[in-house]
Structure formats: structure tokens, C-alpha cells
Design a protein. Structure first.
Length: 413
């Protein structure tokens, strides 16, 4: 199971103006959605990233490639044009060089800050909240484009995107897909001629985004953007959709247990000859049907949960603060489950409870099972309020869950 989000503003409502249920039923993977600032909760996007924050990231944070790239007139620039060494004690050669970045932006290049869901706290929170709301992994980049410039040629992404305009204005032209619902191994440049031809047609959308506006595009929709009048910046939240192809891949991994499917193909024949493989294809088809029919839905769900968990980080924790909290647990210490934590718990033959989370297994006495399930169930609890345990045992359990990074301090009521 997964813990619930605890964002002050519902992240999906913030970027789409819809509840999760409404977005899922009317928009997800179906159609583009344009929302003006006045149609969204009145918080805007300036708290996520602004131009001063971009300057800080470029000049003060020692960002390295691939956390940044630059492009101009549809071409990605060589990294040596905007990176360099960091000076004494930080001689790594691929750090952003602020003077070089200045020169390239001044000449019309777009700066892309990549992986902000790993380096900038407000964006970390947004990306985590959206991943929990949608159930699919997310990533976030920022695009900073000087006036009257286009960073990238018309293209499509292999992930859904939310475009959140931060500063300045940007003109967007959006066209229908040349390939509906492309997978990650079906990038736009493999269909460059089709993309160019489609981009020459009348656009589906021709809009200008202003600060606080948001645009959702399902994967496959062609798009290109041009800054207008001044420096423009936007965030692109990429949602890496888990697809039926993902299900098929996970199922095939599970079918490695099937004896018939592990059989070798014959030796001494040309395996490129259709006649030589016809019988084995028929047998494989029959074995696949039989093996899939025997699969438990729960096994597939567990495999998908592991797949998503490997791509979605739970709420960040502060290691030193966790250690301090784990050594000073009192009766009134308030804790909650770590947001986004995926966990399961099952009794073992020796009577202990195996709690699986974060790629490892924590084993605790079976007598604390109710306490574990309540502590990881989403409520804010104290050792004095953990069901089924006396205060002393609950303090020991809470301390261990803090040290393991499964629960976090909840602060004051």
C-alpha cells in the first residue's frame, strides 16, 4: 500500500483545475487541456521556481551535466560551450559556468535545467505529490528562453507533460500526433519527416501562455514554443505513463517460472526460416495463453508496484534529523508515515512480521503488527496512542521506524 499525499494544495488540482477523479475520467491520456491562471487555485507557480532561483541554480549550486543542457534553433549545444571546472577543490569539468551560460542565453540559446525534482525543494514536493495523485512516475525540467527565441524544433514527447508558465510569455503551437501514445523506445526523431510535415499543417492549438497558466499534453502531441518579448521560463512536469506494454513486460518476467516457455529452440536448423520456427511459435502461443491464465492478478499488481516504486521516490527525509528523533522518542512524540512510502506487511512462519519497503525487509515481533499497521496507515500518532501496545513498547517501535525512514516527525498539533 501507499501512503497518502500531504500537500497543502492538492497538486493535481493546482496544475489542472480538476480533482484526480475528474482528470482521470475526462482528460488523462485523452486530450490537451489549457488552463488559464484564473481557472486554477489562486497560488500561481512563482513559489516553485522564479528567475532569481534559476540564477542561483546556475551560479551557486554547482550543477553538473546532465542536470543542464542548452539548445538553440532546434539544435542541442555541446556541453563544453556552457560548462567548465569549479575552481579549487571542485575541479570537476562539467559544472555550469555562469559566464558561459550568460553568453549563450545572450545569443538566443535556451537553458534547460533537468531533474529539478531531485534538486529544488518546492519542485521535489510538487513532483512527489503529482506522482502520488496520478500513480505514475514524474520528472521535472525548467526551460528558460530569451526573447523571440525557440529552443527546440517541433517534436513530441514519449511522456505526458504539464507545462507551467513561470515568467514571461511563451507562444505554443500544438499539433495532433503522428503516432498516438508513443512508447519510450519510439522517439520523435525516428519519425522526423512525419513530424515536420505535420508541424507544417494548421495547429490544433496556437496559444500564448502567461505566468500562472498551465497546459497539459498527452504523450505524442507535437509542440514547439517561442518566447515573446522578454525572457520566458516554464516548468515541464513529465509523467512517465505506466502502459499496457509495461504490464506485458512485467507479465513476461513472471512467466520465467513456466517450464514450457523455458524450453530451448531446436539446434541444427535455420532459426530465420519461418518453417523451422512455426511449430515452436504455435507451442509458445499455447504456453503463453496457459501461463497467463494461471497468473494471479495479485502477482501482476505486486510486480507493477515494484516497477513504480523503483521510479518514484517517497517523501525526502533528513537523515540527521531522523537520527535525533529516533533517540528522543517520548510519549507525546508525533509521527506519521513517510508520504509516498510503498510498503507491505506479512506474517512469517517464525511468528515475526516482515515489513517490506524501500527495497529491504524489516522484521519485527508479530505482537506489534497492529501497531505497525496503524503507524504506517496514514494517521498522525504518538507512542501513547498506538493501538495494541503499551507506551514503552510503542516508543521502541516508533524509534525503530524513525531510524528505518518509514515514519517521520509530524511536528506540533
Amino acid at each position: 500500500m501507499t501512503s497518502t499525499p500531504r500537500d497543502p494544495v492538492d497538486p493535481l488540482l493546482r496544475v489542472s483545475g480538476m480533482s484526480t477523479a475528474e482528470f482521470a475520467s475526462t482528460t488523462w491520456s485523452r486530450r490537451p487541456l489549457l488552463r488559464r491562471a484564473h481557472e486554477l487555485p489562486g497560488v500561481g507557480f512563482a513559489d516553485l521556481l522564479d528567475l532569481d532561483a534559476v540564477d542561483e541554480l546556475v551560479s551557486m549550486r554547482g550543477l553538473r551535466t546532465p542536470f543542464a543542457r542548452m539548445a538553440k534553433d532546434g539544435q542541442v549545444l555541446a556541453t563544453t560551450r556552457f560548462t567548465g571546472g569549479g575552481g579549487a577543490g571542485a575541479e570537476i569539468a562539467d559544472q555550469l559556468a555562469d559566464d558561459k551560460v550568460l553568453a549563450e542565453i545572450g545569443s538566443g540559446a535556451t537553458l534547460v535545467l533537468q531533474g529539478l525534482h531531485r534538486v529544488w525543494p518546492p519542485v521535489v514536493d510538487l513532483a512527489g505529490g503529482l506522482a502520488r495523485a496520478l500513480g505514475h512516475p514524474t520528472q521535472v525540467n525548467a526551460y528558460v528562453t530569451p526573447a523571440q527565441s525557440t529552443g527546440f524544433a517541433p517534436h513530441y514527447d514519449v511522456h505526458d507533460v504539464f507545462v507551467l508558465q513561470l515568467a514571461g510569455r511563451k507562444s505554443w503551437r500544438v499539433h495532433e500526433p503522428v503516432l498516438v501514445d508513443p512508447l519510450r523506445d519510439q522517439p520523435w526523431d525516428a519519425r522526423a519527416d512525419e513530424v515536420a510535415a505535420r508541424a507544417a499543417e494548421e495547429p490544433l492549438l496556437d496559444v500564448t501562455l502567461e505566468p500562472g497558466d498551465a497546459l497539459y499534453l498527452p504523450r505524442g502531441y507535437l509542440h514547439a514554443a517561442t518566447a515573446l518579448g522578454e525572457v520566458s521560463a516554464h516548468l515541464t512536469v513529465g509523467v512517465q505513463a505506466v502502459t499496457r506494454a509495461t504490464v506485458a513486460s512485467q507479465v513476461l518476467d513472471l512467466l520465467g517460472e513456466d517450464r514450457e516457455l523455458r524450453r530451448s529452440l531446436p539446434a541444427g536448423v535455420d532459426l530465420g526460416d519461418p518453417a523451422a520456427v512455426a511449430d515452436d511459435l504455435a507451442a509458445t502461443r499455447e504456453a503463453l495463453h496457459a501461463a497467463v491464465d494461471r497468473l494471479e492478478v495479485s502477482a501482476v499488481a505486486d510486480a507493477l508496484a515494484r516497477h513504480v516504486a523503483s521510479r518514484v521516490r517517497p517523501e525526502p527525509i533528513s537523515p540527521l534529523a531522523q537520527l535525533r528523533a529516533g533517540t528522543s522518542v517520548e510519549a507525546g512524540t508525533r509521527v506519521r508515515v513517510r508520504a509516498g512510502l510503498r510498503w507491505t506487511a506479512a506474517a512469517e512462519s517464525d511468528g515475526r512480521l516482515a515489513v517490506r519497503a524501500l527495497g529491504r525487509t524489516l522484521r519485527v515481533p508479530g505482537a506489534v503488527e497492529d501497531g505497525v499497521r496503524h503507524l504506517l496507515g496514514g494517521d498522525v500518532l504518538t507512542p501513547a496512542s498506538v493501538p495494541g501496545l503499551d507506551e514503552a513498547d510503542a516508543r521502541v517501535l516508533v524509534a525503530r521506524l524513525l531510524r528505518e525512514g518509514l515514519v517521520v516527525p509530524a511536528g506540533h498539533a
